[in-house]
Design a protein around this ligand. Structure first.
Ligand code: SF4
Ligand code: SF4
Length: 73
C-alpha cells in the first residue's frame, strides 16, 4: 500500500470557505474554538480565511453558524 508520507491515517475534513458567498460577517471567526479563522481584506470586501487547516478539529461550528452557507466541511 502506498502512502503520501504524511503519516495521516485518513482523510481529514478541513472546511473550505467559498469566497464568493462570504460576506465577512465574522461569525465563523467568533465560534471557532481553535481560533484558526480570520478575516482578510480582499479589495473592498472581507473574506474568512482558515489559516491553519491542519490544526482544524473538524467540529463543524464554522459551517453551522455561517448564515450564508459559505463554509463547506
Ligand atoms: S471545523 Fe471547527 S475547528 Fe475547524 S475551522 Fe471550523 S470551527 Fe474551527
Ligand atoms: S460566517 Fe460565513 S459569511 Fe460570515 S465571515 Fe464566516 S464564512 Fe463569511
Amino acid at each position: 500500500m502506498e502512502t503520501d508520507g504524511s503519516g495521516a491515517l485518513g482523510p481529514r475534513r478541513v472546511p473550505s470557505v467559498i469566497a464568493a458567498r462570504c460576506s465577512g460577517c465574522g461569525r465563523c471567526v467568533a465560534v471557532c474554538p481553535l481560533k484558526i479563522i480570520s478575516l482578510e481584506t480582499v479589495g473592498y470586501h472581507k473574506n474568512a480565511v482558515i489559516s491553519s487547516g491542519e490544526d482544524c478539529a473538524g467540529c463543524g461550528e464554522c459551517a453551522v453558524n455561517c448564515p450564508l452557507d459559505a463554509i463547506e466541511c
